[in-house]
Design a protein around this ligand. Structure first.
Ligand SMILES: C[S@@+](CC[C@H](N)C(=O)[O-])C[C@H]1O[C@@H](n2cnc3c(N)ncnc32)[C@H](O)[C@@H]1O
Length: 115
């Protein structure tokens, strides 16, 4: 593990920060560059509060899949609280030991994690 720990309070604060205009604009640009299509499957490594996963889930739709992983148990809990679609899933996971099968995603995204 990276040693990064979020208390429930810090996770809630991060969730709020990720709704500010600048951060929303960053996500819009990321989505534009990914150029996703319906039915694609996407892995988001270090998904944080899960907003990018939610936006990508709307694009790929029910025939696609979005999996978000993050080292923070508290952030993954927040993601799961808001999770609105069956094709969106979250798990605690470490970017340095990704345990997904090889070639099981069309797209892998990792934003603002290697800082
Ligand atoms: C600045 S946030 C970015 C969140 C999201 N990717 C975004 O751009 O909205 C960094 C995230 O990376 C996660 N993280 C840091 N090291 C990680 C690791 N080794 N494996 C998985 N997640 C990690 C943190 O828990 C945090 O949620």
């Amino acid at each position: 593990m990276s040693g990064l720990e979020f208390t429930k309070e810090a996770a809630k604060q991060l969730e709020k920060t990720y709704l500010t205009r600048d951060v929303v604009a960053q996500r819009v640009e990321t989505i534009r560059q990914l150029n996703l299509s319906r039915g694609e499957s996407v892995l988001d490594i270090g998904c944080g509060p899960g907003y990018l996963c939610e936006s990508m889930g709307e694009i790929v739709g029910r025939h696609g899949a979005v999996v978000g992983i993050d080292v923070s148990t508290d952030l993954i809990a927040l993601c799961n609280q808001r999770k609105a679609s069956a094709w969106l899933s979250y798990a605690v996971g470490d970017a340095t030991k990704v345990n997904q099968a090889d070639a099981s995603f069309d797209v892998v995204v990792c934003t603002q994690v290697a800082e």
